[in-house]
Design a protein around this ligand. Structure first.
Ligand code: SAH
Length: 215
């Protein structure tokens, strides 16, 4: 594990958080678990995913995107629509000296117009409900690509609904794993969806529709 870079990222986040509210951090100790450990908890899924470009949607302060980029060395794009957060992410990337990482300061829907079907792997943590996530991810993924979703406890309804969009979005559930983080209380569920065909509807829809007006 590249502990030095992972810790340095957290230092930068904690420092930035003193002046800008980018993420909820109670203490350094909990941040180690809830940010670094949690981000890296899906490494087995990333190892199984196809080689190629990786994108973290709604990256915020860079979780899970930066720890994953550090540990896997994949070519990575951190996607963040709030410009202030995106420019902080850019400063983190340059201070960490990560040549494999870049930042897209815009919405996932906008990136989908520029880099349609170019991603081998996507991730998202705490971005939105599964159906909306899959809609945002579908046009970005190439066929065979995978979307690694970091979820907390979810209602059966949310998963059932996401699975009902399988044919529309061309994404099917291929893996589902859940566990507790080392604090013994934070429940994490990692759901992986694979793009098995292109969507049958035109994507992306207008900015904001996937989240405001889900399919
Ligand atoms: N993934 C981070 C941040 C979660 S908060 C973490 O888990 O700590 C969700 C973030 O997604 C916010 O920073 C918000 O600005 C961004 N976001 C919301 N909708 C988006 C979209 N459609 N495209 C890109 N970023 C988006």
């Amino acid at each position: 594990m590249n502990t030095e870079l992972l810790e340095k990222h957290l230092d930068l986040v904690i420092k930035a958080n003193e002046t800008t509210n980018i993420t909820r951090i109670v203490s350094r100790e909990t941040a180690e678990v809830l940010h670094i450990e949690d981000s890296l908890s899906a490494l087995p899924e990333f190892e199984k995913a196809p080689a190629g470009l990786y994108g973290d949607l709604g990256s915020g302060a860079g979780f899970p995107g930066l720890p994953i980029a550090i540990e896997t060395g994949r070519e990575t794009i951190l996607v963040e629509s709030v410009k202030k957060k995106a420019s902080l992410l850019e400063s983190f990337v340059s201070e960490l000296g990560l040549a494999n990482v870049s930042v897209f300061p815009g919405r996932a829907e906008e990136l989908a117009l520029e880099r349609k079907e170019q991603f081998a792997v996507l991730s998202a943590r705490a971005l939105s409900q599964l159906g909306s996530l899959l809609e945002l991810g579908s046009p970005l993924l190439k066929v065979g690509g995978q979307f690694i979703c970091y979820k907390a406890r979810i209602e059966d309804e949310e998963l059932k609904h996401a699975c009902s969009l399988e044919n529309k979005l061309g994404l099917k559930l291929v893996s589902d794993r859940n566990f507790l983080l080392s604090d013994g209380e934070t429940y994490r569920r990692i759901l992986v969806f694979e793009k098995f065909k292109n969507a049958s509807i035109k994507l992306p829809r207008r900015n904001g529709m996937a989240q405001r007006n889900p399919l």
